[in-house]
Ligand binder design. Sequence first.
Ligand SMILES: [Zn+2]
Length: 388
Amino acid sequence: MHGAMFVEGMQDAEADWYESARKVVGAKCLMSASYDLHGNISKRIIDTLDMMSAFRTAPHIDREETMSRACDMLVKCIQGNIRTTLMWASIPVLMPGERSSTEWNPGKRLWSQLPEMNKTAGVLDVSMLVGYVWADEPRGAASVVVTGTNPASEEKIAKNLAQQYWDARREFDFGTEVCSLDACIQKAMASKTSPVVLADSGDNPTGGGNGDQATVLEALLKAGAKGVVFGGIADRPAVEACYQAGVGKTIPLSIGATLDPYASKPVKVQATVKSLLEIADPAKREAAVQIQGITLILSAYRRPYHEIVDFTKMGIDPKSAKILVVKSGYLEPQIKAIANPNLMALTDGSINQDIVHLPTNKYRKPTFPFVDDLTFTPTVYTSARSHS
Ligand SMILES: [Zn+2]
């Protein structure tokens, strides 16, 4: 489970899912979940599960380890006929992932303690979650969740970590240089090193962005940027037009705003088709086009361009670009490795980083930084199933 699922009209979609599953499997069945660390937790979720384990890295490079932990403790408990106690400490702090990566402090310091704490007798798993700030719902908050068989040890760990997280709340910050879109483009064009990786943070599809916005493309064209590789914009009609025209043809294209026509505006351009991905399924097609100094990949579906192969399979070498644009917040490992340097543009979109000024702030409980002067003392909630 990710933990950031948001369904309009439903404030806790994952709890609904778990409760439905619980009805099917019955009260005796043990349920374990593996999580992204950007998940929101609620009392309903805790009361339905027996155990959980969340990623300890952002960018997420421990998917397999997390799933293994979640499965291993489930197997261990089934084989040993062990009933767990699931404990949860909610922390009234909501940070975007771009401020709470585990690659720099305070995230690095906070999450690096978890493996050692996990070795405590009677503790099966220690998880700490950032939460998901862009879903406007009451359960939005950071969390510590501990699974184990020794409630006293679990409670101590949960309170300790929750207090540390709270104490670090003003320390969370971007781990890279951030600037307005225009300032980032000027810096990238003037850079003596390359490729400058320019991250379109507001429209990052892996963070919840539409992935269909052409705002950065428009600004690059206006600035006359050259040597740009852009991966990519989701636009199925534009992709289909490229396949119909064929490689080498120049065609008029409207790019962007096909998934959400209300969130942004399309850009009208003349584009030359450079390459087409050979794939049978029209829903999975991708086309590379040249628009003045910009090589842009268009995809028929919403997807990230976080790996080198996402470019090379289209015949494009991202390392040779002067400016490499990706729809991303913090960079994933392969793109980060070639960034020279990395600039994060604070662009508009579904995951605008300017969180305190978000228009939809109706349902969140008081959390930092939406409320600056909160007081907090960690308390630990023990799941209903632990008593049954
Ligand atoms: Zn995540």
